[in-house]
Design a protein around this ligand. Structure first.
Ligand code: SF4
Length: 218
């Protein structure tokens, strides 16, 4: 199930690619840095078709999927041509200009306390389509103020379908399915956003409230 973005709550097939060149302090996908298994493009397509034979939502994620751009761009086009709605979740550090325009890009802008500040490729602002979404994962007030000011300085709310402010989860979260695992209390974030009238929506990773936050593949 899609767990974050404006598509949260919809059934979705995830194509998760191995490897990432960043090391975010709160990363919940460290298991993707290595491992996985080699699959051909035909093999991945066949698996997507098996899981979702009548079209639907497919999300390309990782790791950082755009590290495999050469193979990924034609694969995304193949999914589009076959009637799928395609999302890509990306760190924002890789150039996105070659992503097929109908693909919905969910692009991170890394905040100061992510451990990977200043990695956003500013040329990506020009690659954004009106259906795309920008996401800021926040772990404290400093991150929030960075995100608030970045949104304002670059007019992001006018560029994309949604700007998402999302509290970071502890990467070792497990057991309780509640906000105790959030590094930033969503209530504090909500109050800050209301006080500043930020043109963004507060997003929670709903899959971590539906299943144990440690569960993978949901
Ligand atoms: S970019 Fe994504 S996968 Fe890579 S370290 Fe950061 S959160 Fe993890």
């Amino acid at each position: 199930m899609q767990g974050e973005s404006t598509h949260a709550g919809l059934p979705c097939v995830f194509v998760r690619l191995t490897g990432c060149n960043l090391r975010c302090s709160w990363c919940d996908s460290e298991y993707t840095f290595t491992g996985g298994r080699p699959m051909s493009e035909d093999g991945i397509f066949a698996e997507v078709a098996r899981l979702s034979p009548n079209g639907g939502l497919v999300e390309i994620t990782g790791g950082e999927p755009m590290l495999q751009e050469r193979e990924l761009v034609p694969f995304m086009q193949r999914l589009l041509d076959s009637g799928y709605t395609v999302l890509i979740e990306t760190s924002g550090e890789r150039p996105l200009a070659r992503v097929p325009k109908p693909v919905i890009k969910i692009v991170d802008v890394k905040c100061p306390h992510s451990g990977e500040p200043d990695t956003f490729d500013m040329t990506n602002l020009e690659a954004l389509e009106p259906h795309d979404e920008l996401k800021f994962v926040l772990s404290d007030r400093t991150d929030y103020e960075f995100a608030r000011d970045f949104v304002s300085e670059h007019g992001l709310a006018q560029r994309v379908h949604a700007v998402l402010f999302s509290p970071a989860f502890r990467k070792d979260a497990n057991g309780a399915r509640d906000v105790s695992h959030c590094l930033l209390d969503p209530q504090d974030l909500a109050l800050w956003m209301l006080a500043d009238n930020v043109p963004a929506r507060l997003g929670l990773q709903i899959h971590k409230f539906i299943w144990d936050p440690a569960v993978k593949g949901v």
